[in-house]
Design a protein around this ligand. Structure first.
Ligand SMILES: *[C@@H]1O[C@H](CO)[C@@H](O)[C@H](O)[C@H]1NC(C)=O
Ligand SMILES: *[C@@H]1O[C@H](CO)[C@@H](O)[C@H](O)[C@H]1NC(C)=O
Ligand SMILES: *[C@@H]1O[C@H](CO)[C@@H](O)[C@H](O)[C@H]1NC(C)=O
Ligand SMILES: *[C@@H]1O[C@H](CO)[C@@H](O)[C@H](O)[C@H]1NC(C)=O
Ligand SMILES: *[C@@H]1O[C@H](CO)[C@@H](O)[C@H](O)[C@H]1NC(C)=O
Ligand SMILES: *[C@@H]1O[C@H](CO)[C@@H](O)[C@H](O)[C@H]1NC(C)=O
Ligand SMILES: *[C@@H]1O[C@H](CO)[C@@H](O)[C@H](O)[C@H]1NC(C)=O
Length: 428
């Protein structure tokens, strides 16, 4: 057995010169390499083994920072034949040692302060301070606590040589905004709803509210400077004093978001009075005309709980930069900040199923999680993914409408949201 394992590790086809021989490069987390070790050790010996792996400086037991990383590690473990079917528990680098039984678990790699948790039902066991965390990576992906002395298979992680990875890293946060001419040639076939007010010179919903203080929420025509043509938008005139220009709205799954291509995400799709995506080009011109734009996301789950996250500064780049998410700063609210949660999506280009800019060599996030978004190494937010009417769903990948800082997946399900609204307002 040991001999076979040895052979397996040595003769792994190495498609990467970036990771030590026999290690898999992470397709989710930048610069990360994984080693699935099909050899049982107690948690401390496993950590020692990782730390002393030849050629892997700084290696430790793995930290897992989001559901997508968790799922892909599951795929890796499943592809490791030496781990037998009914013993798929593998140690990961999380323990409660030294935490006085207060229910806190900390990562062995202190640099990875990941908030993501994927406890199995009834987990973790609290009140004991010698509990370590394993994942049923091969089957359910759920985590459980057990005595650190239990022998288990395990997963190590280390970093790639950072000098070789830069070519695949996402764009940096700062991009100069070359004021490109509006490249789209026509306005899209958005619905022609009768505006509640006659067409005005309004450049956004804030203007409409200034001009008509008690204007109700609804569809209005606006004309931001430099946009190719006037277009309709849904204005939210109620939330937090109103004046918001809505750029994404979902509430019953009637509009498909998951098969739309780049052109559709750029120009917009759906009916602005119903479920829709306004379009990246329009969003860009709405932001570009101002010095400062705020953004707000409202989310409602299947049992009607309403949460929001507001960003004091929001900015995307132009078409040339692939509408990169340049700023989403000053977050506050009740949903917590999934955009910035590791691996942060800030700085990421927009990706769709036909235009992948997530910087991952394999498994484009827009394919696996579906729906266009500012995917980083996927990341923790993706509100254009599959609409699951029951909210709860199972499956290897969290391809529902996801805002991961809201849920910890402790009940055997991934969680999708029932209603979403994304909107912007200029700051005066
Ligand atoms: C990881 O390595 C194994 C063994 O070489 C390989 O079969 C598998 O495809 C790799 N997985 C990924 C995601 O690269
Ligand atoms: C819009 O039109 C109103 C009158 O119709 C005018 O008072 C206002 O200055 C105009 N605003 C802009 C930005 O042109
Ligand atoms: C979604 O809502 C719209 C309008 O509110 C309605 O026309 C449509 O039938 C609904 N679709 C579903 C699937 O409930
Ligand atoms: C995108 O999809 C639309 C239909 O929704 C289609 O007309 C168009 O040709 C597609 N564009 C590309 C580049 O595939
Ligand atoms: C609109 O285009 C003009 C002419 O190219 C340019 O001077 C101006 O800065 C642009 N406005 C915005 C908001 O980009
Ligand atoms: C942006 O800021 C500059 C400098 O403070 C100011 O002159 C300009 O009017 C502002 N533009 C807008 C659209 O608020
Ligand atoms: C998901 O399912 C669990 C278990 O059946 C249930 O407790 C929970 O309320 C459900 N959540 C939603 C949002 O439906």
């Amino acid at each position: 057995m040991t001999f076979l394992v040895f052979l397996f590790l040595i003769f792994l086809p190495s498609f990467s010169h970036q990771c030590p021989a026999g290690w898999n490069i992470s397709t989710v987390v930048q610069n990360k390499c994984y080693l699935i070790v099909p050899e049982k050790k107690d948690w401390f010996s496993a950590e020692y083994y990782c730390q002393n792996s030849a050629g892997a400086t700084g290696a430790q037991l793995v930290s897992i920072c989001n559901a997508f990383e968790n799922a892909l590690i599951g795929v890796l473990v499943s592809n490791t034949p030496a781990i037998l079917l009914n013993t798929d528990q593998v140690w990961i680098g999380l323990d409660d040692i030294g935490n006085d039984g207060n229910g806190e678990f900390t990562w062995a790699n202190e640099n990875d302060d990941c908030s993501y948790r994927h406890w199995g039902p009834g987990q973790p066991r609290l009140g004991i301070t010698t509990e370590c965390v394993s994942s049923a990576a091969k089957s359910t992906g759920y985590w459980s606590t057990k005595s650190c002395a239990t022998p288990n298979y395990f997963i190590c992680e280390c970093s790639t040589d950072s000098s070789t990875i830069s070519s695949t890293s996402p764009t940096a946060g700062s991009t100069s905004s070359t004021a490109g001419s509006a490249s789209s040639t026509s306005s899209t076939g958005l619905s022609t709803k009768t505006p509640a007010l006659p067409d005005s010179n309004a450049t956004d919903c804030f203007d409409i509210q200034q001009q008509t203080p008690f204007a109700p929420s609804g569809v209005y025509t606006i004309h931001p400077p430099n946009a190719s043509a006037p277009f309709d938008v849904y204005c939210d005139m109620l939330t937090d004093n109103g004046g918001w220009t809505v750029f994404q709205r979902r509430f019953n799954g009637s509009q498909d978001f998951t098969t739309q291509n780049w052109t559709n995400y750029e120009n917009g799709f759906g009916d602005v009075g119903e479920e829709h995506w306004l379009g990246l080009e329009k969003l860009y011109w709405l932001i570009e005309k101002e010095n400062l734009t705020e953004m707000r996301i409202d989310l409602i789950d299947c049992i009607g709980q309403n949460v929001y996250e507001a960003y004091e500064r929001f900015k995307i780049g132009n078409a040339v930069s692939k509408y990169a998410l340049l700023q989403a700063g000053g977050a506050h609210g009740t949903a917590r900040d999934s955009l910035a949660a590791k691996p942060s999506q800030i700085g990421s280009k927009f990706s769709t199923r036909d235009q992948d800019h997530d910087g991952l060599p394999f498994e484009p996030c827009s394919e696996t999680l579906k729906g266009g978004w500012w995917y980083s190494r996927c990341g923790n937010a993706h509100l254009n993914s599959v609409y699951y009417p029951q909210c709860n769903y199972t499956g290897r990948f969290p391809d529902g409408i996801t805002w991961e800082t809201l849920f910890s997946d402790t009940d055997g399900f991934h969680h999708s949201l029932a209603k979403t609204k994304m909107m912007i307002r200029r700051v005066v």
